[in-house]
Design a protein around this ligand. Structure first.
Ligand code: NAD
Length: 512
């Protein structure tokens, strides 16, 4: 008998849209769709709320486990929509290992809005609903082979062929990135570079690597099948148009054409510069991002912002150019110097403040950064970008701590502070400007523990930093630069106008 094909099993909290999602995937694949909740209702001869009312949750969970195991055992390429609480069963979690498990992300407000309209027995009390939501996230993340962002389920069609290939990725988790200009896979697993998942471009497209001298030494050789390798000197001071010109020249020398693609192997400097080179060379080649710093793995490799600095201001010239894929191997961080890991930690703290929930809990407890932290940060950034690719609104939250951070980098000629170090200082100023004094103290403690500065060097001029904030590229027309403020972890607001004297005071405080 031929082996049965794995099912695609959709999981997620109440209101995640599992039934709609399963219908869409099953339709696209011409596969059979099974909804475990419907199966249960048929089996018990009443609706789930009725069964809950008469027999209680424990009895319901027993029936649910029995039916789900039966569905998973019989499945042959089916698309299954799984009840929200089914994963509490260890037997179900074990049975899922043979299948492709796809987590549909849903935010708490959306989940509550949808669920409270329904007759779901577990959506009566908001507090209990919220507690359950947070409780279940870790289990969902642990069993999911694939995580999809919260967008209109029809927009996720391009992800289907990649989802089908997930078993070839030898245990790598697939996060699907959605933007208005297209979607792409983000593959994540310790050791990923030793055993790559399916490459997003055909073999006929040559891989031209762009990297810096440090990364070339440690990692460039680990990406197989490179047709060319272009190196430039490491560091922010080289994220310039002059370096782009050198790289464009090297690409011409290596005979690159539009049917080839760039592989950006390195930190945020390489990702930004190589991404910009790819966006502009012959009006655009695809780029695959292979991030090797913590900053890049938790933030800069996703979202398609590419560019370089001008002497006058940071990231002033650039283009949106979404990658064809991002390949994240947390093991690459093993060779990263301690100060660079610390610098990346500032972006982790920023992302955790934006995300709230499990990520903030993990980070604020002082736990060391691990592959789960990287995944949660990536998830957070991908959801923000899915909501707003081009900084028109929500994406601006990612700028938390960056307005003052960038200003500090600019006035110190990009040489005194690493990007992450400056962002850490910027975060402290942003928290003061948010009126979050206790949170500022907590974050200051976290940054200090990671070895990051919490005050500026005496040589940095407060007025120069203050003036440089006014030049931030988030400023539109003649309006003052808008700030991002934190109400609480998980509730971050963009577009806030603040009094110049308050901004100056928050910068002056950093001077100690
Ligand atoms: N595009 C975005 O959305 C975005 C977001 C955040 C930051 N950024 C940009 O990212 C840049 C900062 O990135 P970064 O902190 O990764 O700096 P970086 O790229 O300069 O890397 C830091 C240092 O680590 C070295 N390095 C990289 N990987 C290594 C490894 N695995 N082992 C040993 N050494 C390694 C590099 O050669 C460099 O010397 C800034 O220019 C910032 O503007 C962009």
């Amino acid at each position: 008998m031929p082996e049965k094909r794995p099912a695609i099993v959709l999981i997620g909290f109440m209101g995640a849209g599992k039934t709609t999602g399963a219908r869409m995937v099953a339709g696209a694949l011409r596969a059979r769709m099974v909804d475990t909740d419907k199966r249960i209702e048929k089996h018990v001869g009443m609706t789930i709320p009725q069964y809950f009312g008469r027999h209680g949750e424990a009895s319901f969970r027993e029936v649910e486990e029995h039916i789900t195991l039966e569905v998973l055992d019989r499945a042959d390429g089916d698309v299954v929509s799984l009840g929200g609480g089914t994963l509490q069963s260890a037997k179900v979690r074990e049975a899922l290992r043979a299948h492709i498990v796809v987590l549909l992300q849903v935010s708490l407000p959306t989940a509550w809005r949808r669920a409270k309209r329904s007759s779901r027995p577990l959506a009566k009390d908001k507090g209990a609903f919220e507690a359950r939501y947070h409780e279940r996230q870790a289990t969902y993340e642990a069993v999911a082979d694939v995580i999809l962002p919260e967008v209109d389920r029809q927009l996720l069609r391009p992800a289907i062929p990649v989802i089908q290939s997930v078993k070839e990725a030898k245990g790598a988790q697939l996060l699907w990135a959605h933007t208005d200009s297209g979607g792409y896979p983000v593959w994540l697993r310790p050791g990923l570079l030793r055993d790559l998942p399916p490459w997003p471009l055909p073999e006929t497209s040559r891989r031209i690597a762009v990297t810096d001298e440090n990364v070339a030494e440690h990692h460039a050789g680990r990406v197989p099948g490179l047709a060319g390798l272009i190196e430039f000197p490491a560091g922010e001071a080289h994220k310039t148009l002059a370096t782009c010109e050198a790289v464009w020249g090297a690409m011409i020398q290596q005979g690159a054409t539009r049917s080839d693609h760039v592989v950006a192997i390195g930190g945020g400097v390489v990702g930004d510069l190589a991404g910009f080179v790819a966006a502009t060379f012959q009006r655009g080649l695809p780029v695959v991002q292979v991030p090797t710093t913590l900053v890049a793995q938790v933030d800069s490799a996703y979202g398609g912002k590419t560019g370089v600095d001008l002497p006058a201001a940071k990231n002033y010239v650039g283009a949106y150019h979404q990658p064809a894929a991002v390949m994240v191997d947390p093991d690459a961080l093993e060779t990263l110097p301690r100060e660079e890991l610390a610098a990346g930690y500032a972006e982790v703290v920023k992302t955790a403040l934006i995300a709230g929930g499990a990520l903030w809990e993990q980070v604020s407890s002082g736990a060391p950064v691990d592959p789960l932290t990287v995944m949660r940060c990536a998830r957070t950034k991908l959801q923000v970008v899915a909501d707003d690719e081009r900084d028109g609104g929500r994406r601006q939250v990612l700028n938390l701590g960056h307005t003052i951070g960038h200003a500090i980098e600019t006035v110190t000629d990009y040489r005194r502070y690493r990007h992450g170090e400056a962002v850490g200082l910027g975060l402290l100023a942003a928290l003061r400007l948010s009126g979050q004094d206790a949170l500022r103290d907590q974050v200051s403690g976290l940054l200090a523990n990671a070895g990051l500065p919490t005050t500026m060097d005496a040589a940095v001029d407060v007025d120069e930093v203050h003036e440089a904030t006014a030049k931030d590229k988030k400023r539109l027309g003649s309006a003052p630069v808008p700030f991002v403020v934190v109400r609480e972890p998980g509730d971050v607001r963009f577009g806030q106008q603040l009094a110049a004297k308050d901004v100056r005071r928050a910068v002056a405080e950093l001077a100690g």
